[in-house]
Write a protein that binds this ligand. Structure first.
Ligand code: PAF
Length: 157
């Protein structure tokens, strides 16, 4: 397992593999994540997990500031799993000054949770798209618990 902060060499290393599984997370690794990771390991030659607490999906900055940063313990939890890479980018790598594409959800992203947390799904889709662009996975595994998020991500893909 390798911990990577940027994807500079990763693309070259991954080029020969057609089946690269990717699991984006905001850390706080739990059993649910592990089952997504195991699924990816079963079906892919390489599995990458990202840990990035995405400020753009918090509509209240206080929630972002309070969000637990458990990076070290998360890495320890993943250490004995067969994860090939853990991608732990800094914020300015994901959101460089030059800007990134913002992805707006369709109308489904403006009801239910999208209604009570304005901007939330825009932040989710924007970061997932950015991570996909960087990692270029063949497969990505998401939990079904957040059905609205899953629907919007599928729609974006
Ligand atoms: O479900 C999550 O943990 C996050 O919304 C995701 C998909 C990792 C994007 O930050």
């Amino acid at each position: 397992m390798k911990i990577i902060l940027n994807i500079n060499n990763l693309r070259k290393i991954l080029k020969p593999f057609n089946d690269i599984g990717f699991i984006p997370t905001m850390g706080g690794i739990h059993k649910g994540h592990i089952s997504l990771i195991n699924k990816s390991i079963k079906f892919n030659k390489k599995t990458i997990v990202s840990i990035f607490v995405n400020p753009k999906q918090f509509n209240d900055i206080k929630d972002f500031e309070k969000y637990p940063n458990q990076r070290d313990s998360d890495i320890r939890k993943l250490y004995d799993k067969e994860v090939d890479y853990i991608f732990v980018p800094e914020e300015d790598y994901i959101y460089p000054n030059a800007g990134t594409e913002t992805i707006l959800p369709n109308e489904i992203g403006r009801v239910l949770e999208g209604y009570s947390r304005p901007g939330h799904f825009e932040g989710v889709l924007t970061v997932v798209k950015r991570l996909f662009d960087l990692i270029q996975p063949s497969y990505s595994v998401f939990g079904k618990k957040d059905a609205q998020q899953l629907f919007l991500i599928k729609n974006m893909i």
